[in-house]
Design a protein around this ligand. Structure first.
Ligand code: HEM
Length: 447
């Protein structure tokens, strides 16, 4: 057994954190291409191991998941925002809350909500006129927020309140942009941006209080009531099984984790379709064939093949969550190396999804690589946009359903023409956002 994997040396004090912060995507790609399956480096004081070995990734996420937890450094600012909601909690709290949440995300519940998703997509396009120019990321955020508010929190908010939520996303996102000083500084030390971050959290908490009050007024919390996540939580609260703090943390987690990622997936999909008219044409053909003039519904999503491949391929190239972090709770062996308890482990979707060790021509947008016959030799964890194992994304099926219904609703009538600059420059934060406003023009299909 070898003890220390090779890796970049970095600088005194900062280690590799300054290079990483300047461009995390280029950094993880360079490390993967120089060192392959596993590399070690310092991120400020953190002893960090990057795994780009699908077998080791599966061990961490699935087969040996109980030997790892989410790292504490995520709990600083992210903890202020999400508390012990589903994304960050551990142990018994996580198990109890995940069990409580699962029915709201089950396939049987989702089978009944397709129409409501299509309603929201139709509301979005109701006022579109060919020739309109718009910020597509903003439009996709609006519709995915409407969906999550309706399906998981059981409310429809006035436009002005939806805008309040959207306006907090910028200061929140800024707080999680990689910053070498944050790696090096102790967590109690105030840094620029902390004030606007706290204000954004307080503003979102006000919206959550309104949502709870509105639900209690309108729907009550009877046992045979609706199965959305908020209803389930309110019933648990009434049984004395959910503290007001836990309720707040779960709602905040659901509101934020439940819309931004899906909006980004759609934004990158529209960008890629605009840049690849041949792929767009095939999407239009499949949408027309499958819908046959009907409005998009769950039954059509089951028949989509190419549309699903396009979305998978968009998330390969632009995984909204681009790295996962874990910490071993005991010494572990991964990719032939001993990794100590307490180390920081990075599982970089970005580097694995774009490695020529696993993908032919990895930079090319090629939805056909998702044809079954082209997947046979590929390890399952060469692609993990939704994570894996017990902590896999609870919203995975909802996100895929939603993305396909929204895409089909828009693509039935319109084509979106990207008007910005290429290549896309990306802004890392908790998720990957385009740096520029994603300006696109609505065009009538096939015009
Ligand atoms: C394309 C869309 C989405 C992507 C790419 C995505 C990605 C992910 C990833 C990678 C994780 C695992 C994090 C980790 O292992 O550390 C995760 C967890 C989670 N996601 Fe998603 N997500 C998406 C949509 C959604 C939606 C629609 C919801 C809610 C409605 C949601 C709620 C959550 C929650 C609550 C967790 C924590 C689950 C747990 O630990 O039990 N996500 N997501």
């Amino acid at each position: 057994m070898r003890h220390t994997p090779p890796g970049p040396n970095g600088e005194p004090l900062f280690g590799s954190s300054r290079t990483y912060s300047r461009d995390p995507f280029r950094f993880v790609e360079a490390v993967e291409s120089a060192y392959g399956d596993v590399a070690r480096f310092d991120m400020g004081p953190l002893d960090t191991y990057m795994l780009a070995d699908p077998v080791a990734i599966e061990q961490v996420l699935v087969s040996e998941a109980d030997r790892f937890r989410k790292p504490d450094f995520q709990n600083d600012a992210l903890g202020d925002l999400l508390g012990s909601g589903l994304l960050l909690s551990e142990g018994e709290t996580w198990e109890r809350q995940r069990t409580l949440a699962n029915p709201a995300f089950s396939m049987s519940r989702l089978a009944g909500v397709g129409d409501r998703i299509t309603d929201h997509a139709e509301d979005l396009v109701a006022h579109w006129v060919p020739g309109d120019e718009m910020d597509v990321e903003r439009a996709m955020t609006t519709v995915t927020l409407d969906v999550i508010l309706d399906l998981m929190l059981g409310v429809e908010l006035p436009e002005e309140r939806v805008r309040t939520i959207q306006d907090q996303l910028v200061p929140l996102g800024r707080r999680f942009e990689p910053n070498p000083f944050r790696f090096a500084a102790p967590s109690w030390m105030p840094l620029p941006g902390d004030g606007e971050f706290s204000t954004a959290i307080a503003n979102l908490e006000d919206v959550l209080d309104d949502i709870i009050a509105q639900r209690e007024r309108e729907t009550g919390t009877e046992d045979d009531g609706p199965m959305d996540f908020l209803s389930v939580l309110l019933r648990a609260r009434d049984r004395g099984e959910q503290s007001p703090e836990q309720l707040r943390d779960e709602l905040m987690t659901m509101l934020l984790a439940g819309h931004d990622t899906t909006a980004l997936t759609l934004t990158y999909t529209w960008f890629l379709l605009s840049e690849h008219p041949d792929v767009e044409r095939r999407v239009h053909e499949e949408v027309d064939d499958v819908l046959a003039g009907e409005r998009p519904a769950m039954a059509h999503v089951r028949e989509f093949e190419y549309v699903e491949r396009v979305i998978n391929e968009a998330m390969r190239l632009y995984p909204p969550v681009y790295t996962l972090f874990r910490t071993p709770t005991e010494p572990v062996e991964l990719s032939g190396y001993q990794i100590p308890e307490g180390a920081s482990i990075m599982l970089p979707q970005w580097a694995v999804h774009r490695s020529d060790r696993f993908w032919d021509d990895p930079e090319t947008f090629d939805p056909d690589r998702w044809r079954p016959e082209r997947q046979v030799d590929r390890h399952r964890f060469t692609y993990f946009p939704f994570g894996g194992g017990p902590r896999h994304c609870i919203g995975k099926h909802l996100a895929m359903l939603e993305a396909q219904l929204i895409l089909a609703t828009i693509a039935s009538d319109y084509s979106l023409k990207f008007l910005g600059e290429t290549p896309l420059e990306l802004q890392p934060s908790l998720t990957i956002h385009p740096r520029q406003t994603m300006r696109m023009r609505v065009e009538e299909r096939d015009s």
